[in-house]
Design a protein around this ligand. Structure first.
Ligand SMILES: [Zn+2]
Ligand SMILES: [Zn+2]
Length: 268
């Protein structure tokens, strides 16, 4: 089956451990027809994230070397994952002015001003409600204010809320916050990502849930992407058969990828 992984982090991301050459070899080993290096760029009001800029010069030459090595055997895309870009619109606009890439992912990793969703101590339903309510409010603002191609890991906080629950919390509790986001994504033709990183986190499955994909489709959304969010080589393309089953069950017969920010579709 022809899949592509649009969400990976090489060592050009602050928390990525994968050598770009290894990424390509692993993508081929899984039979992918394409892979994107979508490195982190997180935004904060104090401009404290500098990692992306520190390694900006190495990235394009590396990409060119990989593309010349692999030729037609593997499509290799340049991506970027913007974390909460609306927290610093000035820096976001500066980055976007010269940014040339195949795909832009939009994500929320931190609640304002700088509360890392991964590091919160989730002890009760009230803790989780506070995070999700704020998380989806920020996601709605990001979609309103910023330009990107793919909305990443909509259920991201679920990955780490294990302390407060015996089982994964059901996102339907927040359906009234999620539906307007899905409607806007469908209208703006922003793709929705099925992210498989949850498989090796606490939730133990790809996300978001099928009803979320169905709701996006019902609003007219047509663009679904697959991303492993791999930071380590063993997670590249992990769980893609499961993700494809979910996508098909939600009524889609194709997935989307991007080249120079133009969408392309392939049947699954
Ligand atoms: Zn992310
Ligand atoms: Zn990521």
């Amino acid at each position: 089956m022809a899949y592509c992984d649009l969400h990976t982090h090489s060592y050009y991301s602050f928390d990525g451990k994968i050598h770009p050459f290894d990424l390509c070899a692993e993508a081929c080993r899984h039979g992918l027809f394409g892979v994107a290096m979508s490195e982190h760029y997180d935004f904060y009001a104090d401009d404290s994230f500098i990692y992306y800029s520190l390694f900006a010069e190495g990235r394009d030459p590396m990409l060119a070397r990989m593309r010349s090595l692999y030729g037609d055997r593997l499509k290799i895309w340049k991506g970027i994952e913007l974390g909460q870009p609306h927290y610093n619109l000035k820096s976001y606009r500066e980055l976007m002015r010269d940014l040339k890439c195949d795909l832009i992912i939009g994500s929320i990793h931190d609640l304002p001003p700088k509360e890392n969703i991964y590091r919160i101590d989730y002890r009760s339903q009230a803790d989780c409600d506070r995070v999700f309510e704020c998380y989806f409010a920020e996601m709605a603002k990001m979609i309103e204010l910023c330009d990107f191609d793919i909305l990443a890991h909509l259920d991201y906080p679920v990955r780490v809320m294990g302390g407060a629950f015996e089982y994964a919390p059901e996102l339907q509790r927040y359906e009234s916050l999620i539906r307007p986001i899905l409607r806007t994504c469908a209208e703006r033709e922003i793709a929705l990502e099925v992210n498989t990183a949850g498989l090796h986190k606490w939730q133990k499955r790809p996300g978001p849930a099928i009803w979320v994909l169905e709701a996006y489709k019902a609003y007219g959304g047509q663009r679904i992407t697959m991303g492993s969010d791999a930071h380590r080589i063993e997670h590249v393309a992990r769980g893609f058969d499961w993700a494809a089953d979910m996508i098909r069950e939600a009524g889609f017969d194709h997935i989307t990828y991007f080249e120079e920010r133009r969408p392309k579709f392939i049947r699954i």
